[in-house]
Design a protein around this ligand. Structure first.
Ligand code: SF4
Length: 707
């Protein structure tokens, strides 16, 4: 299948020095809110440099350290360049090369046989290895819909916070990121922006230079927290208590926009008790005891937020997904999302909250995935966050058929899914047929029966939205596919053909898929010409209410949640494994990303891994001293689910009682063939059925031998 969009070389500033070079516009595919516009220099068919597009305002010509090394990743000596078939025991990582024809014919025959018994025994497993709509769930979605395979609940990152936004604001919507530059108070809540939202940080820096105060709320003293004026190091999973105490102070000092509350919110006061009454139960002292921070710090934060209202200055909250990876993550995100409506911060374009902008993109999912191919079937849904349990579950009336085949693309579940002991056990099943589409032989690929080589972003077409800004982007291929690698779309096209699926939609080209993403809602010619197109949106979307909820108001009270038997108001939901509740496992562990990795991507890029060196566990000096741990010592981190080893770093980045296990290392590149997810649980969040990576109690012990 050929692509018919032509690549137009764009002006090359170096044309005099390197006449053969041209530059190609693309988009960063990684799971990062910034969705940068890329400019790839190509010389003689080889990509020699990937840089930020200076014409794209959000990118501003700057990429993060990870993606500026994208050529190293693309031309990595261990890149998978031909199909591989397992030649040793499951998980041994032993493979032999095979032809595409032989691989696809065998995979098709195996899937056909399973589908003939019960297509729900086939499970797709994918996430945001690419955020592209086309190489993500377009042709793949069609393929699995046509088979009637199990559906996958894609929850592993953001579903609690996403559901919280939907229940509160009506959709995954918020402030436009560029206006943070004009804010006078910026609260960075649950985010290490310098590491994982760099281009937002540029706007925050601009605001700081213009006199804004920056406050970071995060259990970890991250690089971002260090550079803010103030850091509130609360215990993991206590964010809702903090938000409710802020409301308590706003009420007590009357730092409220009564007009905005009356006209544009729902559930502030009610005979059954509204949010006002709920918040009044959360004095700063009560919240301080739960959050593990001084009450005065909570009062001071409320004062900063409230005084912005009094002075009619814009106050903005950049919420990120770290804080919702706990039992009460949905309630916490809901509580924070209510704050701007209390002070009327939404009246300013530089005020409000931003967790995700992804709901603002007019994506035509049905055109991409063709749900009509299900033909009325309603397959069961399996939650990706509990893949360990799912793979070990026998057939039953409740569960349906045992999972017999998993097709993994854009994901590395053996490294990234929680409670990896069970995930490994599941993927190691001799009777499980596993196909992995990948760039590298990851921990998951080690357990495959077939590994199919996929193209990188430099080698295929795609269209992107963003969850951190409001520009759509087009990714053009800069170079031809390396070796025998193929785009995901093409692999699923050919697999469909081998299975005899004759529907015309399996012949759609990547150009047709790219054009189908937004239909006529985004000017495709502009995407071709400039590489990006800015959505037409109001500057201050909720200045006059108009929330995309059923009521049109910011819903403090959610009738839908109440109807489901949940709490209709946001509240503090303690962690499954709350700090201080276990003598055996007295430390709370969070596992934020190491700065030079992005989930489990880039761990095998040598220059980046050299910077990170080894898996690190940050531990506070008091907790380290109590265990005889010094910096550089190898420590065993363990709980009832398993253990892994890391190098201790006695550091002020960790608060007392909390350790930071930086992730996500590939298991086989770690110290003992495991990683931090050996300890995380398969418990779920209160909303969105998401994972609780940061809701995990552990103990830490110094190993006998220091390194
Ligand atoms: S990972 Fe994020 S910051 Fe880095 S290039 Fe991609 S979008 Fe930009």
């Amino acid at each position: 299948m050929s692509n018919t969009i032509s690549i137009s070389p764009i002006a090359n500033p170096d044309a005099g020095a390197k006449p053969a070079a041209h530059q190609v516009l693309g988009a960063c595919p990684h799971d990062c809110p910034d969705t940068c516009s890329l400019l790839t220099t190509v010389e003689g068919g080889v990509a020699t440099r990937v840089q930020g597009n200076p014409e794209h305002p959000h990118t501003g010509g700057v990429l993060c350290n990870k993606v500026s090394r994208y050529t190293e990743r693309t031309y990595h000596p261990e890149r998978l360049l031909r199909p591989l078939k397992r030649s040793g025991p499951k998980g041994s990582g032993q493979f032999e090369p095979v032809s595409w024809e032989s691989a696809l014919a065998d995979i098709a025959a195996r899937l056909k046989a399973i589908a003939a018994r019960d297509p729900e025994a086939i499970l797709p497993y994918s996430y945001a290895g690419t955020m592209g709509y086309v190489q993500g769930e377009s042709m793949a979605g069609r393929f699995f819909n046509r088979l009637g395979a199990s559906l996958l609940e894609r929850t592993i990152c953001s579903s609690a916070g996403g559901e919280a936004l939907v229940q509160t604001l009506g959709a995954k919507v918020g402030m436009r990121v560029e206006f943070f530059a004009e804010s006078k108070l910026i609260i960075i809540w649950g985010s290490n922006s310098i590491g994982s939202n760099l281009h937002f940080w540029r706007y925050a820096q601009q605001a700081k230079r213009d006199g804004a105060k920056l406050i970071c709320i995060d259990p970890r003293k991250s690089e971002t927290a260090e550079k803010c004026h103030e850091h509130i190091a609360l215990l993991p999973g206590t964010d809702a208590a903090l938000a409710l105490a802020l409301m308590h102070e706003l009420i007590n000092h009357d730092w409220l926009d009564h007009d905005y509350i009356a006209r544009h919110t729902l559930g502030w006061e009610s005979p059954d008790g509204g949010l006002r009454e709920r918040a009044l139960q959360w004095s700063p002292e009560r919240a301080a005891a739960v959050c593990g921070v001084p009450a005065e710090q909570i009062r001071s934060l409320a004062r900063d937020y409230g005084e912005c209202m009094l002075k009619q200055q814009p106050a903005a909250i950049r919420l990120n997904y770290g804080m919702q990876r706990v039992h009460g993550g949905g309630n916490a995100a809901r509580a924070v999302a209510c704050l701007p409506a209390l002070t009327g911060a939404w009246r300013h374009r530089a005020g409000g909250v931003l967790l995700s902008s992804s709901g603002q993109f007019p994506v035509d999912k049905a055109a991409l995935q063709k749900p009509e191919l299900l033909g009325g079937r309603q397959p069961r849904t399996i939650n990706m966050s509990t893949i360990g349990n799912a793979l070990l579950e026998p057939a039953s009336l409740r569960f349906g058929p045992q999972v017999e085949a998993v097709i993994v693309y854009n994901s590395n579940p053996v490294a990234v899914a929680p409670e990896s002991g069970k995930v490994v056990q599941g993927f190691a099943r001799e009777d499980l047929f596993t196909v992995v589409l990948e760039h590298f032989q990851t921990d998951t690929a080690d357990y495959a029966d077939y590994i199919l080589p996929a193209t990188t972003q430099l080698e295929h077409w795609d269209v992107h939205g963003s969850y951190g800004h409001t520009d759509a982007l087009l990714n053009r291929p800069a170079i031809a596919p390396l070796g025998q690698a193929k785009p995901n779309t093409q692999i699923f096209r050919e697999l469909a053909a081998h299975m005899g699926l004759a529907e015309p939609c399996f012949s759609d080209s990547d150009e047709q898929l790219c054009r189908a993403v937004f239909g006529d809602k985004v000017d495709f010619q502009q995407l071709l010409d400039k590489g990006f197109a800015t959505l037409e949106l109001p500057d201050a979307p909720f200045a006059e209410g108009n929330f995309p909820t059923a009521s049109g108001r910011c819903e403090f009270f959610s009738a839908r949640l109440a109807a489901e038997g949940a709490d209709g108001l946001p509240g503090h939901v303690p962690n499954h494994e709350a700090a201080g509740t276990s003598d055996e496992f007295p430390l709370a562990m969070i596992s934020p990303p190491a700065r030079n990795f992005l989930n489990s991507s880039f761990v095998n890029v040598k220059s980046l891994r050299d910077i990170e060196a080894e898996p690190v566990l940050e531990i506070h000096a008091d907790d380290a001293a109590a265990r005889g741990i010094t910096t550089g010592a190898v420590v065993k981190v363990f709980n009832q689910r398993g253990e892994y080893r890391a190098k201790a770093e006695v550091s002020a980045r960790a608060r007392p009682g909390v350790v930071n296990g930086l992730g996500i290392w590939w298991r086989k590149l770690g110290l003992d063939g495991t990683n931090v997810n050996e300890l995380t649980s398969q418990h779920l969040t209160d909303m969105g059925r998401g994972p609780v990576f940061y809701d995990c109690l552990v103990q830490v012990q110094r190993e006998a031998q220091a390194a």
